[in-house]
Design a protein around this ligand. Sequence first.
Ligand code: IMP
Ligand code: MG
Length: 185
Amino acid sequence: MNAVITAYPDITRVVFTAEEIQARVEELAGEIEEFYPADAELLVVGLLKGAFVFTGDLVRALRRPSVRIDFIIAGLYGSGMDNSREVQLVHDTSTPIEGRHVLLVEDIVDSGKTLNRITESLDQRSPASLEICALLHKRIAKELRFEPRFVGFDSPSDWLVGYGLDLGERYRHLPFIAAIEPGEG
Ligand code: IMP
Ligand code: MG
């Protein structure tokens, strides 16, 4: 891991290695397979941009004949680590939600604002079911409308980057998850 720290000077420590993430994603897919009836069609909705890597890995680990995939882009005004901003729906799904088993895939639950905003919008469209799969959960959110049924890891309170997570749009491409110093970003 020292090579990693050298290559990315802002990174203070690796929190989850690529291998740990892959192993957990396989387990999560197993949990999801157990939860839904074998013949149910899933509509997996990835929350962009953060969940783009996770969604790709997760759907490839599912073992069922029928899975649809769509995306929502939720944005916060500004781009940094300030959580006091408003959630904006930038792009909605093109697949109708009504009557479908919707599995919303989120990268990380922090304040829960994003999830609350998006689940409210999806729930209004009468899905057959609505569940959330979050790779990371900081466990600090108060009053979540929907608690994620599937969680990859409880996460430290540090700002994390990699595996889709960014700091000011950087570091999404890292195959591991690391803590970063707030510095310049
Ligand atoms: P929330 O609305 O406060 O729960 O924040 C959710 C969104 O903020 C996530 O989907 C991420 O895009 C972003 N976010 C929250 N915490 C982190 C972090 O530690 N690293 C990178 N992005 C984060
Ligand atoms: Mg983000």
